[in-house]
Design a binder for this molecule. Structure first.
Ligand code: SF4
Length: 482
């Protein structure tokens, strides 16, 4: 049977039931409903956390809400990455939590300049899409030299030049230990990769001593992987583990890889096997040791493997290629897959500047549906406008739907004019609303006391429309009539 969240009633029975409102909800039942849909955290209820008398209930709730795939935290002093923490096998059953983290490698045989250049490229990779900044998450440092001193120096160099969390890759416990002495956990909390059938005891001891998460690698042998997970968790007492079943390409290997990841996640979320219930690590980087020939072909397979593993069910990927055409599909696909299918993608409401607007620049009103916002702002930039963009909170709905659903209203526009202090920024009192919102123009004028101009139906026409309509005569006419 798949994992099921507790019902709101089960949760409510364990809450303080004082209806104090400190969680931001009107009462404990409303908070229980949010917890049951995993839209709130237990920590949002202060009495439950702070008062000794609720300790037992808190612990029971923690165990009821525990995901079948453990959440493991990797961190640097400046950034935290959570991997795993998955509840469901299919996104439509609820939504996926903790997007697949993507790490790109450097190794200790690279010279200092190459390492710094790669680290800066990894850290600086950014693509803006529907108002979101899509970025990489971690740096994987590989020991190629197998020399503890050299590896420790490389790790120190990367840590000095990056704010990203680290994955330390070596099967030699002495090499990993040297690097951990440099990083000094818990200041940093890197993932160490990896325990194998040959070194598991020594690696487990290092992980325990430094209290860092440990990956187990068993390419091609799932029985051994699960058995090592059992030994390390039950006999050695390690809680934060991750599993690498191997990324194999070539005849039979590709099918194995997809089946291995799917089987592990199925066992964790449907059969609730606790020894499969750890984050999964995919290593598309391994194509570089399995393939030869044109590097572009190898990169293509690395990209293909990464995309498949984001879908099936990697929680962390380790990659080598830094080219945009390899990484861009990964961050875009990850973004799509990890959005909540129950909620439209929204950007924060507020006032944005397009170009260099002044006190007489037009104020263009739009919704906070991410796609609408990104189309309007990119069309306005393309037209080289200097304008104010007033983004109203339509709960992530597009213009026509939000007008029909009473989410694009005069009151909403008035609210955002006030909170953005628009009256201090512009001298005129004119708003340009989308053509599709024409029917609420009167409501907006009544609620805001601003004059409304109905703009074009399509934001691609904004430039031409403003050229024709945003004239001093028109402004005077509208302001004179106000
Ligand atoms: S903070 Fe806790 S006790 Fe207070 S209303 Fe919310 S759930 Fe109930």
């Amino acid at each position: 049977m798949p994992w099921k969240p507790p019902t709101p009633i089960e949760i409510y029975q364990l809450l303080p039931k004082t209806n104090c409102g400190k969680c931001g909800e009107a009462n404990c039942m409303a908070f229980a409903i949010r917890l049951a849909s995993l839209d709130a955290k237990l920590e949002d209820c202060p009495p439950l956390i702070e008062e000794e008398k609720y300790k037992g209930s808190y612990e029971k709730l923690q165990s009821l809400l525990l995901p079948p795939v453990r959440e493991v935290v990797i961190k640097s002093p400046k950034k935290v990455v959570k991997i795993g923490g998955k509840y469901v096998l299919f996104r439509h059953e609820m939504r996926y939590h903790n997007p697949t983290a993507i790490a790109v490698d450097v190794d200790d045989n690279m010279d200092r300049d190459t390492i710094i250049k790669r680290v800066k490229m990894i850290e600086g990779f950014e693509y803006e899409y529907v108002g979101q900044k899509l970025k990489l998450d971690a740096i994987a440092i590989r020991s190629v030299s197998n020399d503890p001193k050299k590896f420790a120096q490389t790790v120190a160099l990367v840590a000095e030049n990056s704010s990203l969390p680290l994955v330390l890759c070596s099967t030699n416990p002495a090499v990993i230990e040297a690097a951990l002495n440099v990083l000094n956990p818990p200041h940093h909390r890197p993932l160490i990769y990896a325990a194998t059938k040959d070194n598991w005891r020594e690696m487990a001891e290092v992980a325990k001593r430094f209290d860092v998460p440990l990956a187990i690698a068993s390419p091609g042998d799932l029985n051994l992987l699960v058995s090592l997970a059992k030994t390390l968790s039950e006999d050695m007492g390690l809680k934060d583990l991750a599993l690498d079943p191997g990324c194999i390409v070539g005849p039979g290997g590709f099918a194995y890889t997809i089946k291995a990841f799917s089987w592990l996640r199925f066992k964790a979320t449907y059969d609730l096997w606790k020894h499969a219930g750890f984050p999964l690590i995919g290593t598309p980087i391994s194509v570089w040791t399995q393939m030869s020939g044109d590097p572009k072909d190898v990169m293509l397979w690395e990209a293909v493997l990464a995309t498949i593993l984001i879908t099936r069910y990697a929680d962390l990927l380790i990659m080598h290629s830094l080219d945009g055409w390899v990484l861009l599909p990964q961050v875009m696909w990850r973004f799509q897959l990890y959005t909540d299918p129950r909620k439209p993608v929204a950007v924060p409401a507020g006032l944005r500047e397009i170009g260099k607007p002044n006190e007489m620049s037009p104020v263009i009103v739009t919704t906070n549906y991410a796609l609408t916002y990104s189309l309007v702002s990119s069309d306005a930039e393309k037209a080289k406008l200097n304008a104010w963009l007033l983004v109203i909170d339509t709960e992530g709905l597009a213009v026509d739907v939000s007008v029909a659903g009473r989410k694009f209203t005069g009151d909403k526009v008035a609210e955002i004019i006030k909170s953005a202090e628009l009256e201090k920024k512009v001298k005129h009192r004119i708003l340009i609303i989308p053509g599709k919102a024409a029917r609420v123009s009167g409501d907006i004028e009544d609620a805001t006391k601003w004059r409304v101009m109905v703009g074009p139906m399509d934001s691609s026409e904004l430039g031409k429309w403003l050229e024709k309509n945003w004239t001093s005569e028109k402004i005077k006419e509208l302001m004179g009539g106000s």
